[in-house]
Design a protein around this ligand. Structure first.
Ligand SMILES: O=C(O)CCC(=O)C(=O)O
Length: 377
């Protein structure tokens, strides 16, 4: 709970969430693991500092981003988002919280993903493919800056993921595997909030409330307040706290995938952005991979399921067994050996505690993730 924000531009009469700060340059890994674990259990948000991307380069990224959003709308529309979700997204294009918003978010954005040439067989996969870029003559050096930042941010994500793995008692390189952060889906998004004032009572937001569906998201912001988190989404009324901008740092938050993989122990927290009349810029890079959604379980390395996920698999099998026995009497016999194997893969301590909420949360997250990802494809 470090890093007091500057007092002069803090928003009036609102709570500020003081997040743990993970210094990636410290040799004291145990200290980082414990700070990160505490943050993941508490709210799933923390700062990462000394991550190796220079302040000067971060400023260049923001300055190039500003140059793009300052272009006339007609120019920006020439690189409108394509079917692979690359390119420009206009104001109001995205609606993150349809229950509470009267229309889309007051933000415009620009998607940049891992560059895969059109003739590469990988380009057929959802989320992989070529990026779209503003013409070079219009914004010299823009593409190079963004590609370099994207690449460097992946290095930061890998470093954070190693600490997360240790905090989950896994091998440090657990997330480095080719099917995970070795080959992630990482669609960076430049964001611009043009200075509208949000009003939750009228359903007006810079970005509506949502949680991220991936593993982790890195977020770099300028020094304008706007990001808020709600630690307990079920509280009535919900309590929202600002996340203070911290110069040079990334704000990192966990996504639903990690919440599920950690048996809902680590938090994927609801967040939103309120505009306060000031222009605001941010860059967010969510990292995820399809492993837990699209690969059949038989192709998932078993250890990767971890005992928590083995329990999840067990519960899914239990549901399947129930449904099948309901519809046709005999097939459940086949299910028993499979269920025994997956149950035995759960550590004894975990076998003892199987609260119903675990199952419900996992099913809810799986359905929500699958729906959102299928909508994006
Ligand atoms: O701009 C920000 O600070 C956060 C944006 C965000 O959470 C999102 O676009 O998903």
């Amino acid at each position: 709970m470090e890093n007091m924000p500057k007092q002069d531009d803090t928003p009036a009469s609102t709570t500020i969430s003081f997040l743990n700060c993970i210094d990636l340059s410290t040799p004291d890994v145990q200290q980082s693991v414990s700070l990160l674990k505490q943050a993941c259990l508490d709210c799933g948000f923390f700062y990462v500092t000394n991550h190796g991307i220079s302040q000067e380069f971060m400023e260049e990224v923001f300055s190039q981003s500003k140059k793009f959003f300052e272009l006339p709308l007609s120019e920006k529309m020439k690189v409108l988002r394509n079917e692979k979700h690359r390119g420009y997204t206009p104001v109001l294009d995205e609606l993150l919280d349809p229950d509470n918003q009267i229309h889309g978010d007051y933000k415009e954005g620009y998607y940049i993903g891992v560059e895969v040439p059109e003739d590469d067989p990988e380009a057929d996969k959802p989320f992989y493919g070529p990026n779209v870029w503003p013409a070079d003559g219009i914004l010299p050096g823009w593409r190079q800056t963004m590609e370099k930042f994207h690449q460097q941010a992946l290095g930061v994500a890998r470093a954070v993921a190693r600490i997360i793995a240790l905090a989950l008692d896994l091998e440090a390189d657990f997330f480095d595997k080719p099917e995970m952060l070795g080959h992630p889906i990482a669609v960076m998004r430049l964001l611009h909030y043009a200075g509208q004032i949000s009003d939750p009572s009228k359903g007006l937001y810079g970005a509506g409330a949502h949680s991220d569906y991936g593993l982790i998201t890195l977020l770099a912001t300028d020094d304008v307040y706007g990001l808020q988190i709600c630690k307990d989404k079920d509280a009535q009324p919900q309590v929202w706290e600002f996340v203070a901008p911290l110069k040079g740092a990334f704000v990192v938050n966990l996504g639903d995938m990690l919440e599920r993989w950690s048996n809902c122990i680590f938090k994927s927290t609801l967040h939103r952005v309120l505009g306060n009349g000031q222009e605001r810029y941010s860059v967010r890079i969510p990292f995820f991979f399809f492993l837990n959604l699209l690969l059949p379980f038989s192709r998932v390395p078993f250890k990767c399921l971890s005992s928590h996920n083995a329990k999840f698999l067990f519960c899914l099998l239990a549901i399947s067994k129930f449904l099948i026995s309901f519809s046709c009497g005999r097939l459940p016999i086949l299910w028993n050996p499979v269920m025994n194997v997956s149950w035995n893969a759960c550590q004894p301590a975990i076998q003892k505690k199987t609260p119903p909420s675990f199952l419900l949360s996992n099913v809810r997250l799986t359905l929500a993730n699958a729906t959102r990802i299928l909508m994006l494809i």
